[in-house]
Design a protein around this ligand. Structure first.
Ligand code: RIB
Ligand code: CA
Length: 308
């Protein structure tokens, strides 16, 4: 299967991108979107990662704002530059001319029936592609999303997880698209942090390489922020979990097929992932919800990506 990564790098996006590119996922391109930082920063960060990984994978700039929601960023988590505020060499790589939305539509015709999308940021690019070409969903095999919640426990609004809260309209469009969706919700992420001990299992020496050392550098501040803001000790790498579901499907230990939709109205409810656990709507399931993963396996996957 060929894959397109749609991301808002972002420290945990970086973990997902490093894992995908270093563990052999067949990636057609990385599309960036507004989110953790403004799209100019998420684009620069994706190019930094392309340089770091010496990757040929093309980078495409996507949407700089949500369909309706005013700009929402998470620089308090990912740093002012969106990637841990550490030093980087000057950029070598450049973005492609084509817009990310057009790239997604074009590639869906070339790889029709053999295309997956890993979406780990706000879903604006994917929603716009679905609106611009209403047949897109017929050509995409699988969409793996980090986003939403399994129990309405928001991290950005009372009920909203960041990727859905940053563009609820886009999330609503994508969830009703008919593409087979695997959803990794916020609650599954914060129950499965990766610890430094896990990463160093088998020795610290193999981590001493350009990618390993840069990763540990950009996550150092995130480690402290996670401990200070959430009281958790470890690396909260939501997007890595979504990537791991593709790279190592056995990492999933509990999942559930459910009908889910995204609420776009309401003072408190906007951005809610409404999940029909009781089957009261009678709607067919449209989402495979990932409820638990094997944390040790996740840590081992990240270590493999950092030491190859
Ligand atoms: O809520 C977590 C999500 O929001 C992750 O994708 C993180 O990178 C941020 O975009
Ligand atoms: Ca992200």
């Amino acid at each position: 299967m060929k894959w397109i990564i749609d991301a808002d790098p972002g420290i945990d996006d970086a973990a997902a991108i490093i894992a995908c590119l270093r563990l052999g996922l067949d990636v057609l391109g990385i599309n960036v979107v507004h989110g953790n930082s403004p799209v100019e920063d998420t684009l620069r960060n994706a190019l930094r990662l392309k340089d770091l990984l010496q990757s040929e994978v093309p980078i495409y700039k996507g949407c700089g704002r949500a369909i309706l929601e005013p700009q929402l960023n998470a620089t308090e988590v990912h740093g002012k530059d969106g990637l841990g505020d550490v030093d980087w060499p000057s950029l070598v790589s450049e973005p492609e001319e084509k817009h990310a939305v057009d790239m997604l539509i074009e590639q869906s015709y070339i790889h029709s029936g053999n295309l997956g999308i890993l979406a780990v940021g706000p879903l604006t690019n994917i929603a716009l592609a679905l609106i611009k070409d209403e047949t897109l969903s017929e050509r995409v095999n699988e969409l793996v999303i980090m986003g939403g919640t399994s129990g309405a426990r928001g991290n950005t609004t009372i009920v909203g997880e960041f990727n859905f809260a940053a563009d609820p309209e886009a999330a609503a469009v994508v969830l009703q698209s008919g593409i087979p969706i695997t959803l990794v919700p916020w609650e599954t992420c914060y129950h499965n942090l990766v610890t430094l001990e896990q990463l160093e299992q088998g020795g610290k020496e193999p981590l001493r390489n350009l990618v390993g050392e840069k990763f540990l550098e950009i996550t150092a501040a995130l480690f402290e922020r996670t401990r200070h803001n959430l009281g958790y000790s470890g690396l909260l790498l939501c997007d890595l979990i979504a990537a791991a579901v593709i790279l190592d499907p056995e990492v999933v230990t509990e999942d559930l097929d459910v009908f889910a939709a995204v609420e776009t109205s309401g003072v408190y409810g906007r951005g809610l992932t409404a999940i029909d656990y009781a089957g009261v709507t009678g709607n067919e399931p449209n989402v495979r919800l990932i409820l638990q993963v094997d944390r040790e396996r996740l840590g081992a996957l990240l270590r493999r990506a950092l030491i190859v």
